[in-house]
Design a protein around this ligand. Sequence first.
Ligand code: NQM
Length: 367
Amino acid sequence: MPQTAVPFMQIRGGSSKGVYLLRSDLPREPAQRHDVLKWIMGAHGDPRQIDGLGGANPLTSKIAIVSRSERDDCDVDFQFVQALVGEDELDDSPNCGNLLAGVGAFALESGLIERDGPRAEVRVFMTNSGKRCDLVFATEGGRPVYEGDAAIDGVRGTAAPIICRYHDLAGALCGALLPTGNARDEFDGVAVTCVDNGMPVVCLRAEDFGLTGRETPSALNADDELKRRLESIRLQAGAAMGLGDVADKAVPKMCLVSPAENGGHLNTRTFIPKVCHQAIGVLGAVSAATATLFEGSAVGDLARPVHGEVKQMKIEHPSGHFDVQLEMDPDGEAAAVKRAGLLRTARLISRGDVYVPASVWDGDNHD
Ligand code: NQM
């Protein structure tokens, strides 16, 4: 039996890379779709993902599923799926602000939507979080412009800017900005602040683990005792955040915080959740910044204070810094962020067909 061809694009979205698919090109039935996605990525537990398109790292083992939105206030729906490296599992609970950056380009390139003029605004409904983000970027002849002068950490050179305007991030996955109900909790005797401002993140003090917070990701990845302690706290914090048993989930992320040293507001080393990020995730950065703003936060005193209703915060990470603009809600709970503005770039890398065995899917039963 011949294999089944599934059209795909591979796009660098922000500082991640993913396989972008139209929902209508995938099986309608969820269990079969799940199977097909695993085959597309080669995500059957092999950490090298040798039999698929996955890149053998959490940042390159990502999937975006896009469809036309039925909502009046959005143009397209975006579902993010993380193929867990080395595990025979997919996790569609978290969102990804990096892959999101490529969704507008994919929607135009695939003909899902059309835009005229020099600038497109694409309103994206993020199905993982039930929240909206508007992407604004340059276009020419109805296609995205990729070249430009915007630089983001974790990506060489420059590219055309994509402005990402997030709406209502608070409690995106856990239902509350402070999912445990507290600005500070303690697990295994370590003080933490658990926040969900677009991404569930547990913030800890690097010094509580005998670290400066400036260690390289490879040094931290080689520290088995640190990883064991973080995972023990993560399992307890995840349950306390209402996420249930998180052993096989990509959230919550674990963020070690220390004082900034390069003019920023705070310095971070983030585990996503078992491997240290070379930079920091987009929504992870928004949540980590927010964690420092609460009265009584476990990491508040490590951050340089910022004042005003619109807070520009510079989050340092292993390969540079990430600028977050937080527009605070003056009527909301302390540290409620009304809108977050972020700069990303994206680039179409390849497009074509990816093949799955016909015994897994014969190509029928799609929308
Ligand atoms: O936090 C890494 C990334 C991410 C996710 C991760 C992301 C986000 O760098 O919004 O972008 O936390 O797994 O792509």
